[in-house]
Structure formats: structure tokens, C-alpha cells
Design a binder for this molecule. Structure first.
Ligand code: SAM
Ligand code: SF4
Length: 344
């Protein structure tokens, strides 16, 4: 295990319909397409109420720093700060500075929806953040709003530009691809990546949405994404043999600017070489995105456990990491917690 993802808040300023939908109507976006006959009643427009974790349950910066320090002592060297939306956590740049100062942290990154990035960008860079990944599923303002529940496209575009200007590298952009929602934008998104010299990642829609609206029919398989992009662009496979835990199959544009990556956990699982661990904002260790169980580290952290106790607990839990997810198997059960809680 080399890669630790730390969610620092379960809250978000966006309402992506594949993650934290705003209304029942948004949550059930797929039913209009597949279940119209069985569900003739329109879904309610009223907001869905989310019960955010109280502050006292969230890990403090000291606790996060301690977990990261102990984990790096055990061999973790990549750390990604995520959420929810990490920009919403007050003082996030202070946390970045603390994590960047831990000797074993060779690679510190953050995933953000980008809307609030500009205000913090310089402070984050100064604090030692080197890499940032943005999430942007559409280049069309109306479709962006449909997918995220917010009018934030202009701010996200400005955030990406600013990140490049400030020297974050690489700047990655992730798009979740959902059939009939944004798959018509595949080529436009890839072209945006090529023109801006970005690392653009297309991600299959996973069953981690809070509304449990996921259906296999909505997943655009990685192979289909690739075939579409190969029909439009001259793509050269990037050799990733140096990084066996790479989750994306990567392709460079033949004219040398930018690259695309395809992450296909549903249609082509890569569980066998997964080297990731996740900590939720409230201090639960998850050994797989799709784990049905999670392990609370707070009793140790808040109950006088030593660093050696914490290290022993991490080792013990990692030994029981799942062999793989079971999406597509008859016994698959969607985890109770969603991507916004687990940290993507
Ligand atoms: N709020 C930040 C953001 O959106 O970048 C960070 C947290 S978000 C949960 C991390 C990543 O998870 C995003 O790139 C998002 O697109 C992805 N994600 C969320 N729900 C997903 C789902 N059901 N399937 C695939 N990816 C998902
Ligand atoms: Fe928020 Fe990120 Fe989930 Fe969208 S994907 S609702 S931005 S946590």
C-alpha cells in the first residue's frame, strides 16, 4: 500500500447527480429513461436533506497528520487530500503545509471540484501542494449545471488555468462519463485537454452515488470511450510499466500536447494491483472503495493509543484488504457510504 487518500470533509458546495444529488428528481435521473412506465409519478423537486457529520466527529489536522506520519513510516508515499470538497475545510492550506513537511510524503496532491480553487491556489502552492486534479464533466454551461447542480463552469475553467499558471504539475482533469448525460461531449473534453496540455481522465460511473441510481446501462465502458477517441484523434499508448499500480490506461496525442487516461473500474477492474487506502473525514479506514465494512481509528487516536499501536492496526487492516470489488456479481452490495464520504 503506497497511496493514501484522506477525505477532510463530507460536505460539498456542488450537488453532482452521480454523487450527492440535490433533489429526488436529480437523484432519479436514470428512471426517467429506464423506468418511465413503472414510475409514472414525477419525482419531487424538493431538496434532499443530507446529515453532515458534526465537527467533533471529523479528524482534526493533528490527527490527520499523525495518521499520515505513521502510514509513511510503513511505506505510503503518495497522499491525496479529497472530500467532499476539500476547499470547504477551513485552513486547508495549513493542513497541506503540515503534510508536505512529513519526510516520507513524496507526492502530495488534491482533488477539487475547482469552484473555490482560485481563492486558495497561491496559498496551497506556497504550502507545498504540487499536484491538483479538477473534476469537470462538461464544457457546456447548461449540461454542467445539470450534472453538478450549480453554475460553476466559468470558475472551474479559471481554476484550471490558474493551476497551470502557478506551476502545479501535472494538472489533471477528471470527467465521470454517464450515458446520454455527457457522453456526447467526449471528443470536446479530450480536445480541451489537448489544447490546454492537460492530463484528462475519463472515469466510468461507479455505484457510489447517494441515491443508488446507478445502473449498468449508464456506464460507458472504457473500451467504447477509447474507440470514440481513437476515431477522432491520433493516440499513442503511454508506457506505464514503471507504475504497476496505475489505474488509468494512458494515451498521448500524437502531436505531443496533453494526454488522456481512461479509468475503467467497472468494465475492466484493476483490483489486483490496487495500492490504495482511504480515510474518511470521520476517521474510518477503508481498504477498498467498495468495502462494506470500515475501521474506526478514532478510539486509538483519541483513547491514548501510541504510534506503534496505530501502525500495528494499519498493518492488521491492510492484511485483510479485499481481493477485489464485486460489481457485476449477483452478490454485489453497494456500500452504505457514498463517494462524497469515502473520498474519491
Ligand atoms: N469534490 C471533489 C471533486 O469532485 O473533485 C473531490 C471529491 S469527489 C468525491 C472525487 C472524485 O470522485 C471526482 O472526480 C468525482 O467525479 C468522482 N466521483 C464521485 N462520484 C462518482 C461515481 N459515482 N462514479 C465515479 N466517480 C465518481
Ligand atoms: Fe461534490 Fe465532488 Fe461529489 Fe461532486 S463529486 S458532489 S463536487 S464531492
Amino acid at each position: 500500500m503506497r497511496d493514501l487518500r484522506v477525505s477532510i470533509t463530507d460536505r460539498c458546495n456542488f450537488r453532482c447527480l452521480y454523487c450527492l444529488p440535490e433533489t429526488e428528481e436529480a437523484a432519479n435521473f436514470y428512471r426517467a429513461k429506464f423506468d418511465a412506465l413503472r414510475n409514472p409519478q414525477p419525482f419531487a423537486l424538493r431538496p434532499i436533506r443530507y446529515d453532515w457529520k458534526p465537527r467533533s466527529e471529523l479528524l482534526t489536522f493533528e490527527e490527520i497528520e499523525r495518521i499520515v506520519r505513521v502510514a509513511t513510516g510503513l511505506g505510503v508515499h503518495k497522499v491525496r487530500i479529497t472530500g467532499g470538497e476539500p476547499m470547504l475545510r477551513h485552513g486547508v492550506e495549513t493542513l497541506v503545509a503540515r503534510l508536505a513537511a512529513i519526510p516520507g510524503v513524496e507526492d502530495l496532491a488534491m482533488t477539487t471540484n475547482g469552484q473555490l480553487f482560485a481563492a486558495k491556489a497561491e496559498a496551497l502552492r506556497a504550502a507545498g501542494l504540487r499536484r491538483v486534479s479538477f473534476s469537470m464533466d462538461s464544457l457546456d454551461p447548461a449540461n454542467f449545471r445539470k450534472l453538478t447542480g450549480r453554475d460553476g463552469l466559468a470558475e472551474v475553467l479559471a481554476g484550471i488555468e490558474l493551476a497551470q499558471r502557478l506551476g502545479f504539475h501535472p494538472v489533471k482533469v477528471n470527467a465521470v462519463v454517464i450515458r446520454d448525460l455527457n457522453d456526447h461531449e467526449l471528443e470536446a473534453l479530450a480536445e480541451f485537454g489537448r489544447q490546454r496540455n492537460l492530463s484528462f481522465r475519463f472515469i466510468e460511473f461507479m455505484p457510489l452515488d447517494s441515491s443508488r441510481a446507478w445502473q449498468r446501462e449508464l456506464v460507458v465502458p472504457g473500451r467504447e470511450i477509447l474507440a470514440r477517441l481513437q476515431a477522432r484523434f491520433d493516440l499513442r499508448a503511454v508506457d506505464a510499466s514503471g507504475n504497476p499500480a496505475e489505474t488509468a490506461r494512458r494515451w498521448a496525442f500524437a502531436d505531443g500536447r496533453g494526454e488522456i487516461g481512461i479509468i475503467a473500474p467497472v468494465s475492466e477492474p484493476f483490483c489486483g494491483h490496487c495500492n490504495r487506502l482511504r480515510i474518511t473525514a470521520d476517521g474510518k479506514l477503508r481498504t477498498c472503495l467498495f468495502s462494506l465494512g470500515e475501521h474506526d481509528l478514532r478510539p486509538l487516536l483519541r483513547g491514548g493509543g501510541t504510534d506503534a499501536d496505530l501502525a500495528a492496526r494499519l498493518v492488521e487492516l491492510v492484511a485483510h484488504k479485499e481481493a477485489g470489488h464485486r460489481i457485476g456479481q449477483p452478490d454485489f452490495v453497494q456500500p452504505a457510504r457514498t463517494m462524497s464520504c469515502i473520498g474519491g
